[in-house]
Design a protein around this ligand. Structure first.
Ligand SMILES: CC(C)(COP(=O)(O)OP(=O)(O)OC[C@H]1O[C@@H](n2cnc3c(N)ncnc32)[C@H](O)[C@@H]1OP(=O)(O)O)[C@@H](O)C(=O)NCCC(=O)NCCS
Length: 156
């Protein structure tokens, strides 16, 4: 499957809303509070999300099959979250391309570090992150939940 990675803009909010809700339903279930919160988002809230966070998508044709979000958390660091691939698009290296696009963007923002959290038992995601150079790194003053690890990558 040929795919391309692109950054979504505010005008993509409808397609973003559809795939984001699918990702939340697939990962957390429709009863999860985060799903319940976002399914009630207005157009203005979806647009604001796309303004405030950099949202990258993997597309096959004009169909969005994967997402990752990046958020500036301090002048020195960017936080990646919500990596998700449509089950039909998994196992083809698209997750790696998405994370790489977000890391390239972070480098352009001139931060020192890209950070993320991943479930300890999520071997597929950890393999993607490790293949791009991310390593486990405790954050000073932060205690991670026991089932998650913090990872970071130096980009300066
Ligand atoms: C995690 C996820 C994004 C991975 O995307 P993907 O495109 O399916 O990734 P791949 O299948 O290409 O696998 C990536 C790597 O993990 C490896 N891998 C896959 N499943 C694995 C498993 N169960 N155990 C160990 N390694 C595994 C693959 O071999 C591959 O390594 P390689 O490139 O060296 O061959 C995808 O499974 C997903 O969307 N899961 C649900 C949401 C999620 O967990 N997101 C991460 C939140 S931090």
């Amino acid at each position: 499957m040929t795919a391309r990675i692109t950054r979504l803009t505010e005008s993509d909010w409808r397609a973003f809303a559809v795939i984001r809700l699918r990702a939340l339903a697939d990962s957390l279930g429709e009863r999860d509070p985060q799903y319940q919160k976002e399914i009630a988002f207005t157009a203005a809230q979806w647009r604001r999300r796309l303004r405030d966070h950099a949202q990258f998508a993997a597309l096959t044709g004009d169909r969005v099959v994967g997402l990752i979000a990046a958020q500036q958390e301090s002048p020195d660091s960017i936080y990646l979250y919500s990596l998700w691939l449509d089950p039909i698009a998994r196992g083809q290296g698209l997750a790696r391309s998405l994370v790489a696009a977000a890391v390239d963007w972070a480098r352009d923002q001139r931060v020192r570090t890209v950070r993320l959290r991943v479930a300890t038992d999520n071997s597929a995601a950890r393999a993607v992150y490790e293949s791009l150079g991310f390593a486990e790194a405790a954050v000073a003053g932060t205690v991670e939940p026991r089932d998650e690890v913090a990872m970071s990558l130096s980009v300066s």
